[in-house]
Ligand binder design. Structure first.
Ligand SMILES: [Ca+2]
Ligand SMILES: [Ca+2]
Length: 326
């Protein structure tokens, strides 16, 4: 082989390596994967590469799992060891007074008071102690746990709110004290401090679906869906309808159980949640029309039993639809 033919062959091989690397890197970039590739075999003019890929940005130090992609937190649910860390991404600080905020929640009839502040209280699963170990926050956010509230009452302790059953409470999303107002603890001109709230929502989805969940909270918010924690942020959002993060969450076909805990130390005390418009058009939220525990289980019974979901166009209007039409 002459020297010039050897050089031409070398250039040809190099060109194929460049082209193959470029073609492979296109889908890699699109999927946010970090890949290390090596040449496996060469067949004539073909070069076969073998790549080992892993998702970018998972388990980054200092981050609680989901990371900002564009303006969303992705990659949830939160991983073990990161459950109590705040998101590392920059806050959105978006005021959304017209968003389809959820107004009706299934909640304890009395809530946990004298908490010594959210920083002390937040890491403690008070649901576990109050239910005598029947429930945990994780299990409460499952169909099985939710069904146990039919017969499981709570006892927060004599100095922490006493006993509680479960009921439906309505909040005003625009009210910066909607937690203390919901429990009749708010007095004008005064600041009700040091308490926690837990609120449950059932989301009936016609199919498996990635939804975008947005919250406003003062102070520490923790959200579980179907037994896994998807959001943790101990920093208040700065306004009753001001959102710090949009979070991608997975909803399953059928009934999904969401638990929203919020811990208050002082000043404003609010919790609010809405989903994106696409999700809002697809799903149905419960409590819908019910005003108490029996009414709630009457309307969610079919969903929680996992019976076939009706076509979405046959479903009654969602609560946010009702609110919008008012
Ligand atoms: Ca307060
Ligand atoms: Ca506060």
């Amino acid at each position: 082989m002459s020297q010039s033919r050897e050089i031409r062959l070398l250039i040809l091989i190099l060109a194929w390596v460049v082209v193959a690397t470029f073609l492979i890197s296109l889908p890699i970039m699109a999927q946010d994967l970090d890949c290390i590739c090596k040449e496996k075999k060469k067949n004539g003019k073909e070069i076969v590469l073998e790549c080992v890929c892993k998702p970018i940005n998972v388990n980054q130090p200092g981050n609680n799992g989901p990371v900002a992609k564009g303006k969303r937190l992705i990659g949830g649910p939160l991983k073990r060891g990161q459950l109590l860390s705040n998101p590392a991404a920059a806050e959105l600080k978006e005021d959304r007074p017209g968003a389809p905020w959820i107004t009706r929640w299934y909640m304890p009839t009395a809530t946990y008071i004298n908490s010594r502040g959210f920083a002390v209280s937040g890491p403690i699963d008070h649901i576990k102690a109050a239910s005598g170990g029947v429930l945990t926050q994780e299990s409460l956010s499952t169909v099985g746990g939710l069904l146990k509230t039919k017969t499981t009452k709570l006892n927060w302790g004599k100095n922490h709110g006493g006993t509680a059953d479960w009921t439906v409470l309505e909040i005003d999303p625009q009210n910066g004290d909607n937690m203390s107002v919901a429990y009749g603890l708010f007095k004008p001109g005064q600041d009700f401090k040091n308490f926690d709230t837990w609120a449950l929502l059932v989301i009936e989805s016609p199919k498996d679906h990635v939804a975008v969940m947005s919250t406003a909270h003062d102070d520490w918010a923790q959200v579980w869906i179907n037994g896994e924690k998807w959001y943790n942020n101990s920093k208040w959002t700065g306004g009753a309808v001001k959102v710090s993060y949009d979070v991608e969450v997975k909803l399953n076909r059928g009934g999904n159980v969401l638990l929203f805990r919020c811990g208050e130390s002082g000043g404003s005390d609010y919790f609010n949640l809405h989903f994106d418009d696409v999700t809002d058009r697809k799903v149905k939220y419960y409590p819908n029309k019910a005003n108490n525990k029996n009414g709630f289980f009457a309307e969610v019974g079919r969903v929680l039993r996992g019976l076939a979901v009706e076509p979405v166009d046959k479903l009654p209007a969602t609560w946010s639809d009702i609110k919008r039409k008012q």
